[in-house]
Design a protein around this ligand. Structure first.
Ligand code: GLN
Length: 543
């Protein structure tokens, strides 16, 4: 394609309508038609990135290959399109202002008064265009965070207005709204959509396509009504009905003609239908499981749906790969004690101890790990989960009483997890961890080597603490084996337990690399181990 086309996705009426999923679905459909795509999120908040945000505020913080701490929607983009994102794919108001203010201090504006228009909007436009220059993409899909009418997102909408003017046909605006069903009236209502489009028009932006989130089908008459009031063709009113799974959305959007409509607007001829055969196969396996397991997710943010988003999605991918329904039972680590652990973790075929920061809930995690180790329940520890496994093994197998991570006990006699040397000189909190992809070499003959079937892997990290190599020999002799090493910095990245059916701790985050097209091998193997565990349990019961 000669010129990059820009697709903007805005949202109206309410937050949480699923702009991220719609953006990811558009990316999937265009990629399945053979186009190169990238998807970007513009976030209107003033933090530089969500890295310093509490998960209660913003859900999970997704980490990219290049070590950016980003919005969790980037996880959806990657999981749907199988295209890695980068720092450039998540821009915040904080980044925009920081960059403009730095330029101002360096005298780059040559004495001009620095203003929202044009300086802030120019910076926004630059960050959108930068993506296409970087990757030479056919399509750049940009999701604008927030809801139209928000004060915070005004500069972004203004940048969209300017770009539409400048780019003409190379640009399309998709507006996602809600068509609520009023039970008392027994009717779907279009008024909120009309108002939302009006608000967008006040900022000078006419949407080209309106995607209507709804719980009931929209009649042709209703679509016509929305079209009439919102200045679009009836074919440009796309129904987005509540789906059983987010992974149904690309197929539903294709059936509704969203990708076709987009191509029509940007005047791209494409006779090739999207190749969705593998996606359909995945959905079939997801919806037709022939077995079932229950895995416990032990963490301290379990009441929050989005806090472990990528882990939950990885289980969906791994479940489909094994044609197995994986029930994820969340267990609050603060509630687990020595006396109730058997009851809390009863009936589980696998236990995952989640990543995290800070002292709260640590002891419960350690107790859960001891239970998994002693009862031969498949165990996966991710980042903090692996660190807790090392602490548990130190305390209960090696007899290092009070062993701990120095994150939780600075004066412990046995600092089996300690801050990395490279982290000790750093003072600020934002973007200062060991972040992004690092290589790791796997030990041949280990379980993990069997899982990856290769010696050299690369995985994404987000942490400050590490296995303390002073204890390496002691651990190895007792059966906790370092089976993945970062050779350059001599860091233990993976441990596994000898004699246990499946006990693996990883310092990195496999969940950030699991996609529909490539379910993560560790999650696939963990699901398989849980299936085997369920089989063993059944056999014992029968006897
Ligand atoms: N708090 C731990 C560290 O900084 C683990 C971080 C994590 O689980 N992502 O090393």
């Amino acid at each position: 394609m000669s010129k990059t086309k820009y697709i903007f996705v805005t949202g109206g009426v309410s937050s949480s309508l699923g702009k991220g999923i719609i953006s990811a679905s558009i990316a999937k459909l265009l990629k399945a038609r053979g186009f190169s795509v990238t998807t970007q999120k513009l976030d209107p908040y003033i933090n530089i990135d969500p890295g310093t945000l509490n998960p209660y505020e913003h859900g999970e913080c997704f980490v990219t290959e290049d070590g950016a701490e980003t919005d969790l929607d980037l996880g959806h983009y990657e999981r749907f399109s199988n295209v890695p994102t980068s720092q450039a794919n998540n821009i915040t108001t904080g980044i925009i202002y920081q960059s403009v203010i730095t330029k101002e201090r360096q005298g780059e504006y040559l004495g001009e008064t620095v203003q929202v228009i044009p300086h802030i909007t120019d910076e926004i436009k630059y960050r959108i265009m930068l993506l296409s220059h970087k990757g030479n993409y056919d399509f750049v899909i940009t999701e604008i965070g927030g809801t139209v009418g928000d004060i915070e997102s005004l500069p972004y909408i203004e940048a969209v207005r300017q770009m539409r003017w400048e780019l003409g046909k190379n640009c399309v605006v998709v507006h996602l709204t809600l068509v609520p069903y009023l039970a008392a009236a027994g009717e779907l209502k279009t008024k909120p959509t009309q108002h939302s489009v009006k608000t967008l028009l006040e900022s000078g932006v006419q949407p080209d396509i309106i995607v209507c989130r709804t719980e009931k089908h929209l009649s042709a008459g209703l679509k016509k009504k929305i079209a009439l009031f919102c200045n679009v063709a009836p074919t440009s009113v796309i129904e987005c009905i509540d789906a059983e799974s987010i992974y149904d959305v690309p197929l539903l959007m294709h059936a509704e003609g969203l990708d076709n409509e987009i191509l029509k607007k940007v005047k791209v001829k494409c006779t090739q239908e999207p190749d969705l055969a593998d996606w359909e196969k995945f959905l079939f396996k997801l919806k037709n499981p022939n077995k079932e397991v229950t895995i416990g997710l032990v963490g301290k943010y379990v009441e929050l749906k989005d806090a472990y988003k990528s882990i939950n999605e990885s289980f969906i991918h791994a479940g489909a790969a094994n044609q197995c329904r994986i029930n994820v039972r969340t267990i609050h680590s603060e509630t687990i004690t020595d006396s109730n652990v058997g009851e809390k973790l009863a009936g589980l075929n696998g236990i995952l101890v989640a990543p995290g920061f800070g002292h709260r809930g640590i002891e419960g995690k350690i107790t859960a790990i001891q239970y998994a180790r002693e009862n031969e329940i498949p165990f996966l520890g991710i980042c903090l989960g692996m660190q807790c496994a090392v602490v548990e093994f130190g305390r209960h197998v090696l007899g290092l009483e009070g062993a701990n991570s120095t994150e939780f006990d600075k004066t412990t006699r046995y600092p089996v997890i300690d801050m990395m040397e490279m982290q000790k000189k750093i003072s600020g909190l934002g973007g200062t961890m060991r972040l992004g992809a690092y290589p790791c070499r796997l030990k041949k003959g280990s379980k993990i080597f069997d899982i990856y079937k290769t010696e050299n892997i690369s995985e994404r990290h987000r942490h400050r603490y590490e296995f303390n190599n002073a204890y390496l020999e002691q651990y190895q002799k007792a059966g906790m084996i370092p089976v993945g090493i970062n050779e350059k910095d001599n860091l233990v990245e993976i441990v596994e337990l000898k004699g246990h059916p499946w006990f693996i701790g990883v310092q990195f985050h496999p969940e950030f690399k699991s996609t529909v097209a490539n379910p993560h091998p560790i999650f696939k193997a963990f699901a398989k181990a849980a299936i085997d565990h369920a089989g063993r349990k059944k056999r014992v019961k029968r006897k």
